[in-house]
Design a protein around this ligand. Structure first.
Ligand code: NIG
Ligand code: FE
Length: 419
């Protein structure tokens, strides 16, 4: 007889995502292995075994959960969020309705810069509590691992404050969080006419951030009117030399060559990519840079054109999906809704979408060997869905389909229960 702390059984469909090594690329993203009538045994917070119901009699368990034919998957991974910020930007909705473009709002000192003012004013405790609120909601939507960027300080003190909030959340919250320094997110008002010394100042922060272990990755907003390709190259090279992993907000609004730069520098991911060139797609595929797509942002900015997911997959790239959770261009914690958008507007198949929010999303934040799969020995991060099959989540939109979320084998969310 084998012992488990927790046994999920009578699982209608189990997606283990446990096939192959590394990120899943190109056509492979369309192939999914599904276990039927399955079970998952958990011991000491980790997966002890995965199998068919037939072997159930071999297990004794502290808690047994009859999944009644439901879908069970790995906890979702959200590889691109701007989690820590002060205030909110609902007042900008009216400007959007009048058709004022996102980059124009920024130019007028609104957008990211308005969140910068609110983040500078907020105390560390306020930021911590606010971010915890959003994290709880993310857990409730099935996310168990994520990335969080700084970038609403744009000065040393506030950027460090944001990173320290992430560090505290890493220690105190159930969510696994990977930290990214995005000091180069916008040009602050005080440097508007002279951005070079600002980027230099952010660059000078890098050794300290490394020394204090405050971030694993460095990111930059490479965009018209923000940071150019050559500024981004110089900055990211310095980060890479210090041992940081590299990420880029690339070709989000205008095609600038950010994807090519990501490939040239060996970035772990290039994110957004709405305006990516054909050459950029080839280069990402060849160099194994993960294409992280954020259709929620395209949707929320009201843009007519979405990132070319099909072409990226046909080129052989590994695609990940993310909320881009932030107060301006994508205020949502709901990665399930992003899965709906990926189906409708990126024309990704359900099989591709599941790879993009589990295994590929985990590799996009250097967590591929820790998260995104249900596999013996891994952390027991599991979602039980109120859904009969995996096709159902990208199909039925706008609601939370989660029945229960387990993080390290502990139930951290259950529908209808206050935890
Ligand atoms: O990924 N593009 C830059 N950064 C965010 C938006 C941040 C904001 O508007 O506050 C993005 O879209
Ligand atoms: Fe972003």
């Amino acid at each position: 007889m084998q012992e488990a702390d927790l046994l999920l059984y009578n699982i209608g469909q189990l997606l283990t995502m446990d096939h192959g090594n590394g990120p899943v690329r190109g056509r492979e993203m369309g192939k999914l292995q599904v276990l039927h009538n399955a079970y998952v045994a958990v011991r000491d917070g980790r997966i002890a075994a995965v199998g068919e119901n037939g072997e159930l009699q071999n297990w004794s368990a502290g808690v047994r959960l009859n999944c009644e034919g439901k879908l069970v998957t790995p906890g979702l991974v959200d590889p691109h969020t701007h989690l820590v910020f002060g205030g909110s930007r609902e007042h900008e909705l009216a400007l959007k309705q009048k058709g004022v473009p996102y980059l124009d709002i920024l130019k007028q000192g609104g957008g990211i810069l308005s969140t910068v003012r609110m983040t500078r004013r907020a105390s560390e405790q306020e930021l911590f509590e606010k971010a915890s609120f959003h994290l709880d909601r993310m857990l409730a939507y099935g996310i168990t691992t994520m990335e969080a960027k700084s970038g609403y300080g744009l000065d040393m003190e506030t950027e460090l404050k944001q990173l320290q909030v992430v560090q505290r959340l890493q220690a105190e919250h159930d969510m696994d969080i990977v930290s990214t320094f995005l000091g180069a997110h916008a040009i602050p008002e005080e440097y508007r006419d002279n951005p070079a010394p600002f980027l230099q100042q952010m660059k000078e922060m890098l050794p300290l951030i490394k020394e204090q272990g405050l971030a694993q990755f460095v990111d930059i907003f490479c965009e018209t009117g923000v940071f150019s390709v050559s500024q981004s190259r110089d900055y990211l090279q310095a980060a890479r030399e210090l041992g940081f992993g590299i990420k880029i907000h690339a070709d989000e609004i205008e095609p600038l060559g950010g994807a090519e730069l990501a490939a040239e520098l060996g970035a772990i991911s290039a994110d957004h990519l709405v305006g990516i060139s054909e050459k950029g797609m080839q280069m990402l595929a060849e160099r194994g840079v993960i294409a992280c797509l954020l259709p929620g942002t395209t949707f929320y900015l009201g843009k007519p054109t979405y990132a070319p997911a099909r072409k990226l997959i046909e080129a052989g790239a590994a695609v990940a999906l993310s909320t881009d959770f932030n107060p301006g261009s994508s205020p949502t914690e709901n990665l399930q809704f992003i899965m709906n958008l990926a189906a409708l507007y990126l024309k990704m198949s359900p099989e591709e979408i599941w790879h993009a929010v589990t295994v590929n999303a985990a590799y996009a934040i250097g967590y591929g060997e820790e998260a995104g799969k249900i596999k013996a020995g891994r952390k027991a991060d599991l979602v039980v869905w109120d859904a009969p099959n995996y096709l159902y989540i990208p199909y039925h939109y706008g609601v939370n389909h989660v029945h229960s979320v387990f993080k390290n084998g502990k139930r951290v969310f259950a529908k209808g229960a206050s935890m």
